[in-house]
Write a protein that binds this ligand. Structure first.
Ligand code: NAD
Length: 374
C-alpha cells in the first residue's frame, strides 16, 4: 500500500481498483486519477509487462492532458495483464470480463490504447455501458483508424518547427513504434513534405536515408506483418532507432524509452512525444540543455482524447479534426512561448498551464476543495 501512496498528491489518484478473476485468468488495474473536470477518460492498455506504477503515471498524464486540452473530463487509465496478440476469442473473453468489472466505476470512461482497438471498445461498451473510440458502425469516431492522435501530433510539430526554424519540406523524421500513432503521424507529416527515414516496431528498425514508402509500410502492418518483413531498406535492431540522424524524432511506443543512459544517442532537433511519458525527466533535461526542443506528451498527443470527447458528445469526425487542429496548435504555441519566456523546460510550462486549470476546476468541487474556514 505504502508504495502506491507514494504517488499520491493534491490531484490524485482518487481510486486504484484491482480486478482479479481467476476463472478468466484476468488481472487488471484501473486508476481514476482526478475527476474535477468531469468523468475520467483514459485508455485500456493490454501488455504482458504492465504495472500499477505505469497505470498510475499514465492516469496522471491523462488528467494533465484532458485539463490542458480544456476537456470536460478528468484522467484515468487501466491496464490488463496479457499478450495483446492472443487469440481473438481469448482476448474477447478477457476484455469482456474486465468491462464487467468496471461496470460500476461510473467516473471512468474507457478508450483504446496499446494492445486494444475499436473492436475491443465495442465489447467494453456492451458490457460496461460506456466506452469511447468505438467503431463507426455503432456510432463511434474510430480514432485509431482515422489517425486522430497522429493528426494532432503533426499539427503540434507544424507549430514547434517554427520555434527552431525548421522547414517541414524535406524534414527527416524517425518514428519509434509504427502503430496507430506513429504511422498516422508519418502519413500526415509526409503530406507537409517530410520524409520518413526510419521507423521501428517490435521486430526492429527499418531505415532508408532516401525515404521509406509510408503507404507500403502501412499496408504491410495492416496485413499483420512486421517492418522487418519489408523487402527494402536497412534492417537494424529495435533500439537502433535511437541513433538515427534526423530532424524530428517521434517516440510512439512505450514509456521511458529515452533515459539518462541513452539520451546522448539521439541525433535530432525536435522530439515530439507521441507516446505517453516516453522520456524520463533526466532525459528531457539533457535534451533541453543540448538545445533539442521537446514537445511534451500531454500537449502533443492530445488528438485521440479530444476525438474521444467529441465522440462522447455525439460530434462528427470533421468536428473532431477541427477541434484537434485548433486545440493542439494553440496549446503547443502557448507552452513553447511560455517555455521560451521563462527559460524553463517545455514540460514545466505545460504543467503550469494544466495545473492552473485543474486547481480552478477543483475549487468548484465539494470533494476536491480545501477545507473551508469555520
Ligand atoms: P499501437 O499498439 O497501435 O502501436 C504501438 C507500436 O509500437 C507497435 O507497432 C509496436 O510494434 C511498437 N512497439 C512496441 N514496443 C516497441 C519497442 N520497444 N520498440 C519499437 N516499437 C515498439 O499503440 P498506439 O495506439 O500507437 O500507442 C502508442 C503510444 O502512444 C502509447 O504510449 C500510447 O499510450 C500513446 N498514445 C496513443 C494514443 C492513441 O490515440 N492511440 C493517444 C495518445 C497516446
Amino acid at each position: 500500500m505504502e508504495d502506491m501512496f507514494r504517488f499520491a498528491d493534491e490531484f490524485g489518484p482518487s481510486q486504484i481498483i484491482h480486478i482479479y478473476r481467476p476463472s478468466l485468468a484476468l488481472k487488471a488495474i484501473v486508476v481514476v486519477d482526478n475527476t474535477a473536470c468531469g468523468a475520467a477518460i483514459g485508455g485500456v492498455r493490454m501488455a504482458a509487462d504492465v504495472s500499477v506504477e505505469e497505470c498510475i503515471r499514465l492516469a496522471r498524464a491523462m488528467t494533465l492532458k484532458n485539463a490542458a486540452a480544456g476537456l470536460p473530463h478528468g484522467g484515468g487509465k487501466s491496464v490488463i495483464f496479457g499478450d495483446p496478440r492472443m487469440a481473438t476469442e481469448a482476448k474477447e473473453r478477457l476484455i469482456r470480463g474486465f468491462a464487467a468489472g468496471i461496470r460500476n466505476v461510473f467516473d471512468y470512461i474507457p478508450g483504446p490504447d496499446m494492445g486494444t482497438d475499436e473492436r475491443c471498445m465495442a465489447w467494453v461498451e456492451e458490457e460496461a455501458g460506456r466506452a469511447v473510440g468505438l467503431p463507426g458502425v455503432i456510432g463511434g469516431i474510430p480514432l485509431d483508424e482515422i489517425g486522430a492522435t497522429g493528426f494532432g501530433l503533426a499539427a503540434s510539430i507544424d507549430v514547434a518547427r517554427e520555434f527552431i526554424g525548421l522547414n517541414l519540406q524535406g524534414a527527416r523524421i524517425a518514428v519509434q513504434g509504427f502503430g496507430s500513432v506513429g504511422k498516422h503521424a508519418a502519413r500526415f507529416l509526409a503530406v507537409k513534405g517530410a520524409v520518413l527515414v526510419a521507423a521501428s516496431d517490435t521486430s526492429g528498425t527499418l531505415a532508408d536515408a532516401s525515404g521509406l514508402d509510408i503507404a507500403a509500410l502501412i499496408a504491410l502492418k495492416q496485413a499483420g506483418r512486421s517492418l522487418h518483413d519489408y523487402d527494402k531498406g536497412v534492417k537494424l535492431p529495435a533500439d537502433a532507432i535511437l541513433d538515427v540522424d534526423c530532424d524530428i524524432w517521434i517516440p510512439a511506443a512505450r514509456p521511458d524509452v529515452v533515459r539518462a543512459d541513452n539520451v546522448a544517442r539521439l541525433r535530432t532537433r525536435l522530439v515530439a512525444e507521441g507516446a505517453n511519458i516516453p522520456c524520463t525527466v533526466e532525459a528531457e533535461q539533457a535534451l533541453y540543455a543540448r538545445g533539442v526542443l521537446v514537445v511534451p506528451d500531454f500537449i502533443a498527443n492530445a488528438g485521440g482524447v479530444i476525438c474521444a470527447a467529441v465522440e462522447y458528445r455525439g460530434g462528427t469526425q470533421r468536428g473532431a479534426f477541427d477541434y484537434i487542429d485548433e486545440r493542439v496548435r494553440a496549446n503547443t504555441r502557448a507552452v513553447l512561448e511560455e517555455s521560451r519566456r521563462g527559460n524553463t523546460l517545455p514540460r514545466a510550462a505545460a504543467l503550469t498551464l494544466a495545473e492552473r486549470r485543474l486547481r480552478e476546476a477543483m475549487q468548484l468541487k465539494r470533494w476536491h476543495s480545501p477545507p473551508r474556514a469555520q
